[in-house]
Structures are given as structure tokens and as C-alpha cells.
Design a protein. Structure first.
Length: 256
């Protein structure tokens, strides 16, 4: 068993994260972080905290109730405070400033990515985040370099999945964009689903079709309804209104 620091008694303790700190509440209701040796990080206490993530913990100060980030050194990142601050993810954190309630991305250097602010945004993925500009509510992809992917804006964007993301244009047509900013085959569809197990699932007219990475159509016929591939097969409703399974060669199989 480890040694107990008998100088610190707490009203509430939580789990240690991979960063080596746990949220704790003292006997007067204040929150801080404790390390595995029993030391309170920076000897600082706050109105509220969120667990450490990706090297930083979220802290809420007294007075104006704004949020900031405390590092493992016990210092407040960039000495900046925000209306809302979300945990770090993939080296960036979503923050909302108080002046106009716009959102930006805080980097681990304490700077706002690209010095850009948005009406709305999603958490940073491996390479991109979805962002919505306030001028016309259009969406785009912001890279970790602070640039908009392909300089393109859409009515709606979805997160990247297996190297591609679905986008919707002003006419409510769907397409896929790759991580280089290219629209897949320059094609737009009535509807579309994510790229899974090597195939895009798209709707043209009243039928659904599977396309491979080269844009080739799987099989000869479309389907009234279709699902994602899973372990080599997909559930489809054929034009004779019978449900079957299609394999990755386009062969159809009856239910057993």
C-alpha cells in the first residue's frame, strides 16, 4: 500500500487520469488537482474543474466564473479565460469567448488556431474539425494549420471517416470530400452514407448503389434500401421487394 498524506483530508476524490492527476474537493467545497504523491497542483483551488486530458485540466475561477486551462506545471495556459472551455483533444480545445460567444480552437501554445472564430464547431479530429462561420452559417473543415480545407464551404459537413467525409451543398445534394480537399469523382448524390469496408453507399434517383474507391458500381442493379457492409456483406432490399445480402463481388445471397 502507498503512503497516506495525513496533511490533506478531502470531501471528494475522483480517479487519476493518464496525465497523473485526479480532481479533488476540499472540506470547504473548492476543487483542485492532486498528483500521485499527494501534492495539490500549484497549490491552487477553483470553483470547479474538469479532468486532465491531453496534458491540461479545465478550471473555473471565482468572480466571473470563466474557464481556463491548468498545465502540469500548475500555470494557467496563456493566462486566458473563456465563457466555455472543453477538454483538449488531438492537441486542441474548443473554447467560447465571452464578447460575442463565438468559438475557436486553443492550442497547447496558448494561441487561438489561425486567430479564427466561428459560430459553431466540433472537436478537433485527427486532422480536421468542422466549423460554421457566422456570416452565412456555412460549414467547412479547419485543419491544424489554421486553413480551410480546399477553401470550400458547405451547407453541412460531417466528420471524416476512413479518409472521407460527407458534405451537403446548398441544393441539399450529397458528396464526399477527401483529406486533400477533393470532391470524390466530382459527383453529387440525392443521399449518401459513410465510406465503410471499401465502399461508398449513395442514392441516385430512387435506388441505392455501392461504389468502390475508383467510382466503379458494385453489381448491375441498385437497391430500394441498403445498409453498410459488415464483415463482407450488406443487407439490401432488391427491386422485387425481397431482402437479401450482397457480397463485395456484387453477388446476391438469400436469407438462410
Amino acid at each position: 500500500m502507498g503512503n497516506i498524506n495525513t496533511n490533506i483530508w478531502l470531501d471528494e476524490v475522483t480517479y487519476f487520469t493518464d496525465d497523473g492527476f485526479a480532481r479533488v474537493m476540499n472540506q470547504v467545497g473548492l476543487w483542485g488537482f492532486i498528483d500521485t504523491k499527494g501534492n495539490i497542483l500549484g497549490d491552487k483551488w477553483f470553483r470547479d474543474t474538469w479532468p486532465f486530458s491531453d496534458g491540461f485540466g479545465c478550471v473555473r475561477r471565482f468572480g466571473d466564473n470563466k474557464w481556463g486551462y491548468i498545465g502540469k506545471d500548475g500555470k494557467i495556459l496563456g493566462d486566458k479565460w473563456f465563457l466555455t472551455a472543453n477538454p483538449f483533444n488531438n492537441d486542441f480545445a474548443c473554447v467560447q469567448r465571452d464578447s460575442d460567444r463565438l468559438w475557436g480552437f486553443m492550442g497547447k501554445d496558448g494561441k487561438i488556431l489561425g486567430d479564427k472564430w466561428f459560430e459553431d464547431e466540433t472537436c478537433m479530429g485527427e486532422k480536421y474539425a468542422c466549423v460554421q462561420r457566422d456570416s452565412d452559417s456555412q460549414w467547412a473543415y479547419l485543419g491544424k494549420d489554421g486553413k480551410i480545407l480546399g477553401g470550400m464551404w458547405f451547407r453541412r459537413t460531417y466528420p471524416f471517416y476512413n479518409g472521407y467525409a460527407r458534405v451537403i451543398d446548398k441544393n441539399n445534394k450529397y458528396a464526399f470530400i477527401d483529406e486533400e480537399g477533393h470532391i470524390f469523382k466530382g459527383m453529387w448524390y440525392k443521399d449518401a452514407c459513410d465510406f465503410i469496408e471499401g465502399f461508398f453507399l449513395v442514392q441516385k434517383g430512387d435506388l441505392w448503389w455501392y461504389l468502390d474507391k475508383d467510382g466503379n458500381v458494385l453489381g448491375k442493379n441498385g437497391f430500394l434500401a441498403a445498409d453498410y457492409f459488415y464483415r463482407g456483406f450488406a443487407h439490401v432490399l432488391c427491386e422485387d421487394h425481397i431482402w437479401r445480402y450482397v457480397d463485395k463481388e456484387g453477388g446476391l445471397h438469400e436469407h438462410r
